[in-house]
Design a protein around this ligand. Structure first.
Ligand SMILES: Cc1cc2nc3c(=O)[nH]c(=O)nc-3n(C[C@H](O)[C@H](O)[C@H](O)COP(=O)(O)OP(=O)(O)OC[C@H]3O[C@@H](n4cnc5c(N)ncnc54)[C@H](O)[C@@H]3O)c2cc1C
Length: 451
């Protein structure tokens, strides 16, 4: 019965945080797991590249300390060192820097807000922890602003904070409930920059999965999922034309990739068509030294721009060096990526004059998908997000930052991966054991070959 040992319970497509997390949970519960990642390196968007002693995440990456992601990582026993960002910096309005008004007293003195706006913002900040976001899931952020009677100044300021916490500039579609929940999380728990970059999380998850017996194959692209309406999932096809059998499959990739793999028209078509990606252009810069060590953070109020010296908080640069992430939050109508590069370089000129002479490495990524799908109010907010179950295809599950009712960004990837793993466990527990079926075939036919 050597065939039994080769049998796979679960195939996971995609080796980003979601796929690796699902692999770790399932392997730990004794399931035979194989994960296929099409890229040469695992990690997806959580990869960190090491260059000249600097750790480059793919744009600015921060873990929400009170988010579900940290809980999932702790539950798996994954160790990492995280630090609060150093928010010594400025808000930028009309091209001018202003001290950050994140404390009540500085809010009173800031020139970024008019008096009526200061009053509205202070009232909102005091009420924020008590707002119940659930009834606001189906309301857009814009409609919520309307409902609250916020003036133009207040809206502009709140939009900057919302972009910071959610990456989402599109207040016409985004759910107010999901947005408020994320801003509450950020305000209550802050975020953590991770020493040596998010690769630490990727490598840690891989170690956990492999030490529990999961097989992880990179450079292995899955081209299709085999399934029928009656029997559900039976396995996957790989780019080398081979097939692999499994009782369940988790796709931990984008909605569009999932739709391609599933093929025939299905509910996933609708999920993929409805997904509005959240995008950013990022300029990551490694410097020999920071020209202005006192300025480690900047946020645009009237422009969707962000800058943070991540190495001021976490170990991401060699002694004396600085790793700065800058980003432009893009909306779907954003015209010109080259313009974003100039704007981000301009933000560095304003906050770190002389930075160009200190550059060791720099990398511009014009069109990064930060989240595969924003959370539309129209579909009921977080509660309307798809999956992890795929109705109509037994044994097929999805995981990722567009899946499930919990969290945003990587929190959603990690939470949906844990949930998908649990659902797979429940599903497999209801399936007749494969070994019994095979032995009964053997009994009926003595000549049946399994090798
Ligand atoms: C610029 C930027 C900034 C971000 N900042 C933050 C932040 O501050 N906080 C936060 O929480 N999150 C942040 N994120 C989001 C975070 O990186 C993602 O939510 C998370 O890494 C997604 O993990 P995932 O596994 O769901 O998806 P991915 O990382 O996209 O992994 C999917 C994997 O599937 C593989 N794949 C696809 N198709 C196939 C196939 N057919 N066969 C085999 N493999 C396949 C892909 O190669 C990929 O490796 C940021 C992202 C970006 C881009």
């Amino acid at each position: 019965m050597t065939y039994h040992q080769d049998q796979t319970d679960v195939i996971i497509v995609g080796g980003g945080l979601a796929g690796l997390t699902a692999a770790a949970f399932l392997a730990r519960s004794g399931r035979r797991v194989v994960l296929y990642e099409k890229a040469h390196d695992i990690g997806g968007r959580a990869q960190t590249q090491r260059k000249n002693g600097f750790y480059f995440n793919l744009g600015p990456h921060a873990l929400y300390r009170f988010g579900e992601g940290v809980k999932v990582l702790r539950e798996l026993g994954l160790e990492f060192n995280g630090h609060f960002p150093k928010l010594n910096g400025v808000l930028i309005k009309k091209g001018q820097p202003h001290p950050l008004p994140f404390q009540p007293l500085s809010l009173l003195t800031t020139k970024v807000l008019s008096w009526p706006a200061k009053w509205q913002v202070m009232r909102l900040m005091a009420a924020l922890p008590k707002i119940d976001p659930v009834p606001l899931e189906s309301l857009t952020v814009r409609d919520w602003f309307e409902e609250q009677g916020f003036n133009a100044d207040t809206r502009m300021y709140l939009q900057a904070l919302i972009r910071l916490a959610t990456y989402t500039a599109d207040i016409e579609h985004q759910s107010a409930g999901a947005t408020i929940a994320q801003v509450q999380r950020a305000a209550a728990g802050n975020v953590l920059y991770v020493d040596n970059g998010w690769q630490v999380l990727v490598d840690g998850l891989r170690r956990l999965a492999e030490s529990a017996g999961a097989i992880i194959e990179s450079g292995a692209r899955v081209t299709a999922i085999d399934w029928t309406g009656e029997q559900g999932v039976s396995g996957v096809r790989l780019a080398d034309s081979s097939t692999r059998a499994a009782a369940a499959v988790i796709v931990a990739a984008s909605p569009a990739a999932t739709q391609t793999l599933v093929g025939q028209p299905s509910l996933i078509d609708r999920w993929a068509k409805a997904a509005i990606p959240v995008k950013a252009a990022v300029l990551d810069v490694a410097l020999k030294r920071l020209p202005r060590p006192e300025t480690t953070f900047a946020l645009g109020v009237d422009q969707p721009l962000y800058l943070s010296v991540h190495s001021a908080a976490a170990h991401l640069a060699p002694e004396g060096g600085a790793l700065i992430h800058t980003a432009k939050y893009l909306d779907s109508a954003d015209p010109d990526p080259q313009l974003a590069e100039q704007e981000l370089a301009g933000l560095l000129d304003l906050t770190q004059p002389g930075w160009r002479e200190e550059v060791v490495e720099q990398r511009f990524l014009p069109d990064m998908t930060v989240i595969n799908a924003l959370i539309p109010a129209e579909q009921g907010g977080l509660l309307g997000r798809p999956g992890p179950e795929v109705p109509g295809i037994a044994g097929l599950y999805v995981a990722g930052d567009w899946v499930g009712p919990v969290g945003m960004l990587s929190d959603a990837s990690l939470a949906s991966a844990r949930q998908a793993a649990q659902l797979v466990q429940d599903y497999l527990a209801q399936q007749p054991p494969l070994s019994l079926e095979l032995s009964s075939i053997e009994i009926k036919s003595n000549s049946f070959e399994l090798a």
